[in-house]
Design a protein. Structure first.
Length: 217
């Protein structure tokens, strides 16, 4: 019982704990890049709501590139941490809000004929967060391979949307992949007893679980 009260059990961590995030020495170069994505959120939201499409697209593209950069640097320099994973997930959630806001403000005419599939896609994304908050009392930070690939697909689609235009086959490919990734995300949450960060995918989770079962036997 004392171990849980001391905070060793991650299930008892609060949803957001900024004191834990910002302890001296925890803000690595990777975390600072991620922190930029969080702090720039209100600026990008202002650009979108005030109709400044060009500024919104430029800074949103920088946001996407910084997301790629912090992930690459973290893996390259072996700087993947629990703090970084949770900060990155927070930044990803804010990026989704910005993307949806930009679509509704600037490109709703293109999306309105596909409203049903778009709302289904959003529902799956939101359900992954709600399930995590209900079961684990914190935001998810899995960083699955499927969601990483999906993030690249969404980023390319978004930039293409504002430069070339709405490409229907590409849109449905993005939606299909995003829903599959969300289903995998939900399945993992139902399998694991406590939240984990930097999980590769359902296959690796099941493999690890089976290995532990064999060791106990």
């Amino acid at each position: 019982m004392n171990k849980k009260k001391n905070g060793n059990d991650r299930r008892y961590l609060p949803v957001l704990s900024f004191k834990k995030f910002f302890k001296p020495g925890r803000l690595t170069i990777v975390n600072r890049i991620t922190l930029y994505r969080i702090l720039i959120f209100p600026v990008l939201l202002y650009f979108a709501l005030s109709g400044k499409e060009t500024l919104f697209v430029i800074f949103f593209a920088v946001n996407l590139l910084s997301d790629v950069a912090d992930g690459f640097i973290a893996r390259r320099l072996k700087m993947e941490t629990e703090t970084g994973a949770r900060l990155d997930s927070m930044a990803d959630n804010l990026t989704y809000i910005l993307a949806f806001t930009g679509i509704f403000v600037f490109k709703w005419e293109d999306f309105s004929p596909h409203i049903v599939s778009f709302l289904v896609f959003i529902a799956f994304l939101v359900s992954t967060v709600i399930l995590s908050l209900v079961k684990f009392k914190r935001f998810p930070s899995f960083h699955l391979y499927s969601t990483k690939i999906g993030g690249y697909i969404k980023g390319i689609f978004f930039i293409t949307l504002f430069t070339v235009g709405f490409i229907t086959p590409f849109y449905y490919f993005m939606i299909f992949w995003g829903i599959l990734a969300a289903i995998e995300h939900i399945a993992i949450q139902l399998v694991i007893p406590e939240m984990q960060s930097n999980v590769k995918g359902l296959y690796w989770v099941c493999k690890k679980k089976n290995a532990k079962g064999k060791q106990q036997v």
